[in-house]
Design a binder for this molecule. Sequence first.
Ligand code: ARG
Length: 471
Amino acid sequence: MKLWGGRFTAEPDELTRQFGDSIHFDRRMYAADIRGSIAYAGALAQAGIITAEERDQLIAGLEQVRAEFDADAFQIKPGDEDIHTAVERRLGELIGPVAGKLHTGRSRNDQVSTDLRLYLLDEMTVLREALTALQQAIVDKAEAHLEAIMPGYTHLQQAQPLLFSHWLMSFFWKFQRDQERLTDVARRTAVMPLGSGALAGNPLDIDRESLAVELGFPAVSENSVDAVSDRDYVVEFLAWAALLQIHLSCLAEDLIIWSSQEFGFVRVDEAYSTGSSLMPQKRNPDSLELMRGKSGRIVGHLTGLLTTLKGLPSSYNKDLQEDKEAVFDAVDTLKLELPIAAEVIRTLTVNHARMAAALDDAILATDLADYLVHKEVPFRESHHVVGRAIRRAEELGVPLKSLSLAEYQAIHPAFTADVYEVFDFRRSVEARDTEGGTAPQAVRAQIERAREHLKAHQIPGRRKGDESATT
Ligand code: ARG
C-alpha cells in the first residue's frame, strides 16, 4: 500500500508509477535520511508526541535499516517510491506499528530537502579536500620548475616570456576562488528546512533549534513555504561545479596543446594517456580531453535545473524531484576528475629545453620598446619604432637581435650598443618583479602565499554538517 493510498481506490498506472519513482537514484541519500529521522524521533519525544520508549524503538529500528543499507543488503520493494518511503516501509517491517508514528507532523517535502542538504554538505567536504589536493599538486610542481621559461601566449600567439611556474600558478588562484565560493554555498546549504511540514509548518511544537543542533545545522529556515521549495543551494552548488569544471577544462586545454608534438612543452604520464587502435604511434591525452568534455554535462545540469525551476508555483511541486540526479552526477564527475587532475599535474614531465627552443626573439619586442622608454622615448613612439625594426629584420631575413647597430640607429638614434642586452629571455622575466608578475622572486612570493591558503584549508574539528567554519 502506498503511503498516501488512503483516498485511492485503485493502484496507480504502472508506467506512471515508474515515471514518478526516484528510489533508483535517491537511495544514495539513505544515511542522511536516517540521520534526519533519528533526530526527528528525538524531537517528537521531546515534544511529548511519542514516549521515550517509542523513540528508542524507532531509533533502534532506523539503525538496523541503516545497517542493511551499509551492508548492501537492503531490498527495494515495488511500492518503494523513494528513499523516504523505502526506509519507513522497512522500519514498519522491523518494529511494527510504532513505525507509523515517525512521520507525525513531517512531510516528505521538508524531509527531502533536509536530506539533500545533509548529503551535499558531506560531499562538499570530500570535494573540498580533493580540490585542495589539486592545488597542492600545482604549488609543488610550480616550485619544482621555477627555472623553466616558456613563451606566454595571448590569442595563442607568442606574447611575452613567462615562467612555466607562473602560468601553472595562474590556475591555483582560480581554484582558490572555487574554494571560497564553496564555503559560501555551504553556508546557505547549512540551513535546516525540517519542521516546515508540507508547506505550512509544524503543529506539534517541536523544538527546531535543538533539532538543528542535533543535525549540525547552524541555522533553521525562516519560512516554511520558502523552505520546501528553496533549491537555491542546489543551483548555487551546480553553478559552483560548472565554474570549477570550466577551470579544469581550460587547464586541460593548455596541457593538450602543449603536449602535442609541435609544442612538446610537457608530457602527460602514460597512466593518463591512451593509445590508438589503429595508429601504433599515438599517445592521446584522453584524460585531459574528457576533463574538457565533461563541461557539457555539468553546465547542462545547471541550465537544466534552472529551467526546471522557472515558473514553478509556490511551495513544493513534484518537478523539484528533478534536482537530485543533476547534483549526484556533478558530485560523481568531480570526485573522479579532481584526483585525476591532481595526478596528471603531479606526474607531468616538463621539458625546459623545448620551451626555451620555442622562444622567438620577437617575443622580446615589448622589452625592446621598454628599453627605449628608459632612454626617454615616449612609449607610443617606441612601440612604433620597434614595429619598424621588426619589419626591417623581416626584410633582411634576420632575427631581431642580429640587426646591426647601424640599422637600429637608422631607425631611431636612441638605440646604443647596449640594445643587444635586451635579447635575454631571463632578463625579460626578471624585470617583471612587481607583485603578481612573472619574475622568479615574485612567483616565489606567490607560492608562499598559496601555501598559506593551503594551510588554512586544513582546519580540523568541523562540526558535522557545518561548513561555515572552514575556508
Ligand atoms: N521523491 C520526492 C522528491 O524528490 C520526495 C518528496 C515527495 N513529496 C511529495 N509531496 N510527493 O522531491
